[in-house]
Design a protein around this ligand. Structure first.
Ligand code: FAD
Ligand code: HEM
Ligand code: FMN
Length: 1206
């Protein structure tokens, strides 16, 4: 006897080994059992012993210890399982955050189970939507998983596929946990009732039902109709379980026009909802959701059905009897449940009877109807085997007009084989799942953590090539071979196995044998499906979604026998070589897809364009990108036309401006208010929608104001919100927010409509959730002109026209730096003056000026070289495909329809400096050639383009702007041509500035006060502010005057008190106000004027002498009263809102006297802070009980106006 330490190879014998006393007398198998129990190795015979070696030693190099004598000599012994090192279960990692491996499984779960198992081995781990799933196709593993006991049992946690059904039926068979004592009670009673002996009592009933089906089929045959096989499976199976289950004729087989009984419609719908709920994950189920509501409604109806049947049966007989007697002498399963008593005289309680009978009705109908559909499919697909089947029935003495007996059924060998082969390839059940009780080491060396749910992928087990020869060949005769008879015990498990295996398998087999025999005795089946047969991804069982069949009279017996003989002679019996078709996942008809936007600066428009491309990528064909104001949602006369819940899908991207909708959505917003007032709960009835809000948290209380309103109001007005609202924050990484949300939306959409996103049988090609919509360069058609044929004027014609309608040429006349040279302020501030000679140019004080920026010429020259572009080449865009984003440069140029040189394009119109969207990075990746040398670059772009909130900082830095990216990645420049560039790049957007002047001084001169980041401090200078800072006197710039909100102008008269609050560049608008008042000659009271005119200004430092001088001059001549807060110098730190509070009494008196408050500056600095100060003043000085309402009132009266920017 010696003590030896046993450890898993790769683990430390000292800290992770187990000590075992080994005796010479022990056998290796005894030793294996001891070690297995100590290390939770589920199958001892998978253990092999080896001499301990360093963890890195390859398993093939380990020396085997194959006798106790050898083992006993070692101090420590390494263990391998099935010859492998013990390791976590492999599987796809990463994936989209939160969604994870969703697209690895859905919607083609069967294909994907198979694909993953072939790729990763016999166990696979996938995480998605908060679920963690383990799969296996190994019979050894399946045997362990399905054997209820020490290692696993059926515990239906929220990762379990049956979880959504469990809430309806927590105690009955099928959906109860094994640890629930009700399961044992139900199992004890029902095992006997479902046994082979009890089932023989129902042969006659089943045969009678089958004959009724044949009558319906005769009717159909006479009409020459094609019918959906599954619905006839439902009728046949429903009728049978109706008779056997509750002793009731549910009248589903009276004629070819009979309907499916309501009870089965309810059960079928409930199963569909359960599958949908499972797929949507626990986060969705935790929310109140329409599917669960519908389930609850249906539960009530089902219970009332069972109550009525129970009352009827109890009226007929009250006599209780022991289980064994009840199993053979009661007339239905419900009758049995109501009267059977156990050895102690106990009965099933009423609640349990309810749950079990519903389970039996459901399990009895849907499973067998799928099985019947697939049997009919096999008859149509394998006519040679179908004929053999017919011949075998005739040979066994079965006839059309003769009752089938239980004895005959037991002898129909070929029928049995035919059914087995159908179940091997097309079994209705596909994912029995069990929970691990502890950390386990599975055959193959897989480590399964405690609490994991492990799914036995039944189809994959039953076509596992290690256990089945020609696994995909439909060959009933294989069942007669020795090889198959000696198969692994768990290689064929259509009814699962173990304590929680199918209790209804005798019932099921008896029923489908009878129906199949009856059908084959009477008919041949033709497959009339248009296109391929596909399966339903939304159903908890494997069922053909679209298989239609036509019936033909069976060819008489004599002819068949002759035909079989002659074909055997001619050696034509080669049907075994035909592979059984594998139905792909079923797709639904896709609705019209509307990508709707309301946008001031193009962000939401760009998002809508991205969504449209993604939708097309998923297979949607009718896709529109429209402004909210032009969409059918805005026009009540169109709602009826689009209000069919299956035919429309609106994804709405909208932003907010100071709490208000973007300009183009003002009317829509009013319309919503009106409808809400009317309480019109039908306005958006039948409309499927979801909303993404672009916003900025700097705006505090009005963050996401308009998107929230649209989302809530559409729901209140009857719309059907089919996906949660998305929230973007441009103060952080809005692109990440949008990419992550839109990817989840696409995943959910794909799942809802059965679109295969994984590159399987669907339209989408490679994973549609993570790859970019494939734009072909044909999407953009361009035409180059020979330079010699284009005059200088023509080449520059683009530049003679405004970049966007309404822009006018301005000449820069003055550009002054307001910040001292040696100031520590990290920003410059420029006072820039333009002359705008055009006669049409007008503006008011407080208005905005839009400026069209230009790229830095040095950057443009570098890019031209990197891209190998001929700078002066002239081209025009002739055509742009629908997939191109509406904000792309391609779309912009097409709209302009003029010639341009490449240099001018990059200089004036291409957004080279702004951050690149993730969708553009993915597009760039998709444009790279397949060549190996681009692999690393592609991976980098894909990683940076993934919908992650936190991209790798190193990558993020080089991919911040297009210019950065091209400069840092010469390989990328090589792969780009002009067409690709035009698709990737977005057109430059103009920037807005508050005017710092008054037209009263000079209507054709306009000033701006522009903040400029110091490039030495911020690693990115702003495009427009940088451009303006560089601006030389005399340079020409495109500008356009834009009116601000109506209330952001000065009162006409000087008898209204005015309070202005500004921070940073917010001073701009008030420089204009000061100039205006000064030009009007209005003075403050102290200088003989009629009312106060106050400026509260907060800035970091007061080293802006020229600005101070300017403002001081206005104060000195009585135009304004100035109070300044220097936040970085004052102690304690003070901002404008703090000095506002100091002057609370004065401010309140001004407002009470009809005063007007104006606020301007960045949202973080003056937004919420100023509002809060004013409300404090109103509450504490003015005694206002509801300061929020007070401020809202002031705003409504036009006496509180903000011009706040980011
Ligand atoms: C109604 C209104 C009034 C306004 N009034 C004024 C005003 O009076 N004065 C004023 O100065 N501004 C004003 N603004 C702000 C102004 O419109 C611009 O937003 C501001 O000048 C910055 O624009 P830009 O083109 O210089 O910077 P952008 O290029 O738009 O960049 C914005 C910021 O992002 C950073 N950045 C740029 N590119 C990248 C990149 N690739 N990666 C990472 N970071 C990057 C820059 O460093 C900068 O901080 C106003 C805005 C509005 C809406
Ligand atoms: C071809 C038809 C059928 C197939 C392939 C099938 C398959 C299965 C499988 C795989 C399970 C295990 C489920 C799991 O572990 O999650 C199961 C359980 C069950 N089946 Fe079937 N079944 C069929 C028909 C039927 C019929 C006709 C009935 C009833 C009349 C029935 C009643 C049940 C019940 C009650 C359970 C749960 C047993 C328990 O919880 O212990 N099944 N079936
Ligand atoms: C002047 C101005 C006011 C804004 N007001 C708000 C606001 O009140 N709430 C909000 O969430 N975002 C606000 N934002 C942020 C914008 O909604 C955000 O930048 C959005 O991405 C713009 O989208 P668009 O380009 O499609 O209009 C404001 C932005 C600006 C420039």
């Amino acid at each position: 006897m010696a003590v030896t330490v046993f450890h898993l190879h790769g683990k430390s014998p000292d800290s992770e080994g187990v000590s075992v006393e080994v005796a010479y007398t022990q056998s290796l198998d005894e030793l294996r059992k001891i070690i297995a129990s100590k290390l939770s190795i589920v199958l001892p015979n998978t253990i092999s012993f080896h001499r301990s070696a360093s963890p890195e030693t390859a398993t093939s190099d380990l020396q085997v210890l194959d006798s106790v004598e050898l083992i006993i000599k070692e101090r420590s012994v390494a263990i391998l399982i099935s010859g492998k090192k013990v390791r976590p279960v492999p599987g796809p990692t990463g994936g989209i955050p939160f969604i994870g491996g969703y697209s690895e499984i859905y919607p083609d779960f069967l294909g994907n189970y198979q694909r993953l198992l072939s790729k990763y081995g016999h166990m696979v781990h996938v995480s998605y939507l908060g679920k963690s799933v383990y799969l296996t196709d190994d019979p050894d593993c399946a045997g362990v998983v399905l054997s209820e006991g020490e290692f696993y049992s059926k515990e239906i946690g929220d990762n379990h596929p049956l979880f959504p059904l469990k809430s309806s039926l927590p105690n009955g068979l099928f959906t109860s946990d094994s640890s629930n004592p009700s399961w044992s009670t139900s199992h004890k009673f029902m095992m006997t009732a479902m046994g082979a002996k009890a089932m023989r009592n129902y042969v006659r009933t089943m045969d009678h039902t089958a004959n009724r089906l044949i009558k319906c089929f005769d009717e159909i045959l006479n009409k020459g109709d094609s019918v959906n096989a599954f619905f006839w499976g439902l009728r046949a199976a429903g009728q049978t379980i109706g008779e056997v289950g509750v002793g009731m004729d549910l009248k589903m087989l009276d004629s070819a026009d009979s309907q499916i009984a309501n009870i089965f419609q309810l059960i079928g719908r409930n199963l569909g909802l359960a599958q949908t709920l499972f797929r949507k994950g626990s986060f969705y189920r935790a929310l109140p959701n329409p599917e669960r509501r519908e389930q609850k409604m249906m539960e009530t109806q089902v219970i009332s059905f069972v109550d009525t049947q129970s009352e009827r049966i109890l009226k007929e007989s009250q006599r209780d009897m022991p289980i064994d007697e009840a199993a053979v002498s009661t007339s239905s399963l419900l009758d049995f449940m109501l009267h059977a008593t156990d050895e102690q005289g106990r009965k099933m309680d009423v609640g349990l009877v309810h749950e079990n009978i519903v389970t039996f009705l459901g399990a009895g109908q849907v499973t067998t109807s799928c099985a019947l559909s697939w049997l009919w499919f096999c008859l149509a697909t394998f006519p040679t085997q179908a004929r053999k089947l017919y011949a075998s029935l005739i040979a066994a003495g079965l006839r059309k007009d003769k009752e089938i007996t239980a004895e005959e059924l037991g002898k129909l060998e070929y029928l049995d084989w035919f059914i087995k082969e159908m179940q091997r390839l097309y079994n209705p059940a596909f994912q029995p799942t069990r929970q691990a009780h502890k950390d386990l080491i599975m055959p193959g060396g897989y480590l399964v953590p405690k609490g994991s749910q492990v799914t036995v992928a039944l189809h994959s087990v039953m076509i596992n090539p290690e256990h089945w020869k020609d696994p995909l060949t439909f060959d009933p005769e294989r069942w007669g071979t020795e090889e198959v008879r000696k198969r692994h015990k768990y290689a064929y498990i259509p009814f699962a196995a173990g304590g929680r295996g199918c209790i209804g398998f005798n019932f099921a087999l008896q029923e489908i044998k009878i129906v199949l025999a009856r059908v084959v005795l009477n008919f041949q089946i033709e497959n009339t499906t248009e296109g391929a047969v596909i399966y339903d991804p939304d159903f908890s069982l494997y069922r053909p979604l679209n298989f239609t069949m036509r019936l033909h009279k069976q060819v008489e017996v004599e002819e068949i026998i002759t035909e079989t003989k002659s074909s055997a002679k001619a050696g034509e019996n080669d049907e075994k070589k035909t592979s059984a078709p594998q139905p792909a996942v079923g797709a639904r008809a896709l609705p019209h897809f509307w990508a709707v936007h309301a946008s001031n600066n193009g962000t939401c428009e760009g998002m809508a364009g991205d969504l449209a491309a993604k939708a097309r990528h998923l297979g949607f064909t009718d896709v529109h990108v429209v402004r909210l104001a032009d969409s059918p949602l805005a026009d009540s006369s169109q709602t009826a036309a689009i209000a069919d819940e299956n035919s429309n899908f609106f994804v709405i991207c909208v932003s907010t401006y100071n709490g208000e909708p973007p300009d183009s959505a003002l009317e829509f917003s009013d319309m919503l208010d009106g409808e809400i007032k009317k309480g019109n709960s039908k306005r958006f009835d039948g409309i499927n929608y979801c909303v993404f809000g672009a916003g900025n948290t700097q705006w505090g209380t009005t963050f996401q104001a308009f998107p929230k309103k649209v989302d809530a109001n559409l729901a209140a007005l009857g719309g059907n919100r089919i996906f949660e609202k998305g929230t973007g924050d441009s103060n952080a990484d809005q692109d990440a927010d949008f990419t992550e949300w839109s990817t989840r939306l696409c995943a959910a959409t794909a799942a809802n409509f059965g679109v295969d996103v994984t590159g399987g049988a669907g339209k989408a090609g490679a994973n549609a959730l993570t790859t970019a919509p494939a734009h072909s360069t044909d999407d953009v058609k361009i035409q180059f002109s020979a330079r010699a044929s284009v005059s200088e004027d023509e080449a520059k014609s683009f530049l003679h026209q405004p970049p966007v309608k309404g822009f006018l040429k301005a000449t820069l006349t003055e550009n002054v730096e307001l910040v001292d040279h040696d100031s520590p302020i990290p920003r410059g501030m420029r006072l820039i003056t333009f002359g705008v000679p055009d006669a049409s140019f007008t503006y008011r004080e407080g208005d905005h000026l839009e400026v069209f920026p230009e790229n830095d010429p040095a950057v443009v020259e570098r890019l031209l070289v990197a891209l190998n572009f001929v700078a002066d080449a002239v081209f025009e865009v002739k055509e742009v495909g629908t997939d191109a984003n509406p904000t792309s440069l391609a779309a912009f140029l097409l709209d302009r329809g003029q010639k341009i040189t490449l240099r001018d394009l990059l200089l004036y119109y291409a957004d080279l400096a702004g951050p690149i969207q993730r969708s553009s990075l993915l597009l760039l990746a998709s444009f790279l050639p397949a060549d190996e040398k681009f692999k690393k670059l592609r991976e980098m772009l894909e990683a940076a383009g993934a919908p992650s909130a936190a991209p790798d900082p190193a990558i993020a830095k080089t991919t911040r702007s297009f210019a950065d990216l091209i400069t840092s990645q010469p390989l990328l420049a090589q792969a780009l041509n002009l067409q690709k560039l035009l698709i990737i790049l977005r057109a430059t957007q103009p920037r807005r500035y508050s005017v710092a002047s008054s037209p009263l001084v000079d209507p054709h001169a306009v000033k701006l006060c522009v903040g400029v980041e110091d490039i030495r401090v911020a690693d990115h200078q702003g495009l427009c502010s940088g451009f303006l800072a560089r601006g030389k006197v005399g340079s020409v710039v495109w500008v356009r005057a834009r009116s601000s909100q109506e209330s952001f102008h000065l009162p006409k008269e000087d008898d209204v008190p005015v309070v202005m609050v500004a921070a940073g560049t917010g001073i701009s608008a008030f420089l204009g106000f000061l100039e205006h008042r000064n030009a009007q000659g209005f003075k403050v009271q102290e200088h003989g004027g009629k009312s106060p005119f106050r400026l509260y200004y907060g800035t970091s430092y007061h080293d802006m002498p020229s600005l101070r001088k300017l403002i001081r001059a206005y104060a000195d001549d009585g135009t304004v009263l100035v109070e300044a807060a220097y936040s970085e110098e004052d102690a304690p730190r003070r901002f404008a809102q703090h000095i506002l509070l100091r002057d609370a009494l004065q401010i309140w008196s001004d407002i009470s006297n009809g005063g007007h408050v104006y606020v301007c500056g960045s949202a973080t600095r003056v937004g919420d802070g100023v509002r809060q100060s004013l409300m404090n003043i109103a509450e504490q000085v003015g005694g206002e009980a509801d300061p929020v309402a007070w401020l809202a009132g002031l705003k409504k009266e036009g006496r509180y106006s903000e011009d706040v920017f980011g």
